[in-house]
Design a protein around this ligand. Structure first.
Ligand code: FES
Length: 357
């Protein structure tokens, strides 16, 4: 094995991968849909930025910055009026575009605007796009892109590990080959789906080091598909199963301070209709949830606290190198400001700082 193997683009030129204060522009899960009723507002900190999300009486979702441009009152204490939010301090009102439409004591609005963010709902979650206009659809399972899905949520939890590094475990062929050296060498086929999505595929022919696959092999001798699709380097969708039944587990992560991750598991299946669907969908979702426990157990010890210092890449680490390269090609934003980092040449006095680091 060539221990001096170097990728075409060195991962040492770190851009966004495993960075404590940068993330990729994209969709990030914010809150559970059921936690936000019509006519209510929720406040939260997402990737360092304080925002609010409110739902109009008609069900429309609006997301904007949390502080009122008058005197800085928190709009999380505001009142939802139709598709607008009214500040509880002096009553200024902002519409769904963030435009000031009413200042009660002046009798006319001021030419002001609060920053709004694209927001959507899927898989029982409310998602926020961290740029001006969403350039991508919400993360989807490639083979179910145009199909209606049913889903349930697992319990969210926090890991002491950067989201990018948590993601790597699912394609760590080097580790799989070490766990089970007597099986054939595991290799992943890579396919970039778009600027923000990449998938890795492997066909499982034995047990590949997973004791639970030995059980399945008692009654199923054919190949099992294993596919993982990454979105924004922080969302991993595992597809596993025989041709006749693919199970889908999405792990939606977002960066927390101190290189930690908030992790939301989502179990997804193709929505089957009718009586069969009523029985089949919940059954498949529960089965998916059980399978996900094996994945989480296997990774628990490894991702407990791994700072990731990739000093000696080998050919067996090719998938990880490809993943890092894919991440570093995407548009990075800074923690809290959600602005792009200033290139070194244009910084004042050429100091080695970020605007928000
Ligand atoms: S602080 Fe919001 S209206 Fe005055």
């Amino acid at each position: 094995m060539d221990v001096n193997y170097q990728p075409e683009h060195s991962y040492h030129k770190q851009k966004v991968f495993n960075h404590p204060q940068r993330f990729i522009e994209g969709w990030y899960w914010a809150i559970h849909s059921r936690s936000l009723k019509k006519g209510k507002v929720k406040s939260l900190e997402l990737l360092g930025r304080e925002i609010i999300i409110y739902r109009s009486p008609e069900g429309q979702l609006i997301c904007c910055d949390a502080y009122c441009p008058h005197m800085g009152a928190h709009l999380g204490k505001g009142i939802v009026e139709g598709g607008s939010i009214r500040c509880s301090s002096h009553g200024w009102k902002f519409d769904a575009e963030g435009i000031c439409v009413e200042v009660p004591c002046l009798g006319e609005p001021l030419p002001l605007k609060i920053k709004t963010w694209p927001v959507e709902e899927k898989y029982g979650l409310i998602w926020v796009w961290t740029g001006k206009i969403s350039q991508q659809s919400l993360p989807y399972i490639p083979e179910l892109e145009l199909q209606e899905c049913a889903s349930i949520l697992g319990a969210s939890f926090v890991k002491n590990c950067h989201p990018n590094v948590v993601m790597i475990n699912a394609i760590d062929a080097h580790r799989f080959n070490t766990i089970n050296p007597w099986s054939r060498e595991i290799l992943f086929d890579k396919q970039e789906l778009n600027h923000n999505a990449i998938q890795f595929h492997h066909t499982i022919q034995g047990s590949e080091g997973f004791w639970w696959l030995n059980w399945i092999r008692w009654f199923y001798k054919h190949n099992i598909n294993y596919n993982i699709c990454y979105w924004y380097g922080s969302i991993g969708i595992i597809t596993i199963g025989p041709e006749f039944l693919h199970l889908y587990i999405m792990f939606a992560l977002r960066l927390l301070p101190g290189k930690k991750s908030a992790i939301q598991p989502i179990f997804i299946t193709k929505k089957r209709s009718g009586l069969i669907g009523n029985f089949c969908n919940p059954f498949v979702l529960i089965l998916t949830k059980i399978v996900s426990i094996f994945f989480m157990k296997g990774n628990r010890r490894i991702v407990r606290q791994i700072p990731f210092d990739f000093q000696t890449p080998t050919r067996a680490d090719l998938s990880i190198i490809q993943f890092i390269q894919h991440i570093n090609k995407q548009k990075s934003l800074l923690w809290r400001t959600w602005q792009e980092p200033i290139p070194p040449a244009t910084r004042p006095n050429n100091r080695d700082i970020f605007t928000n680091d």
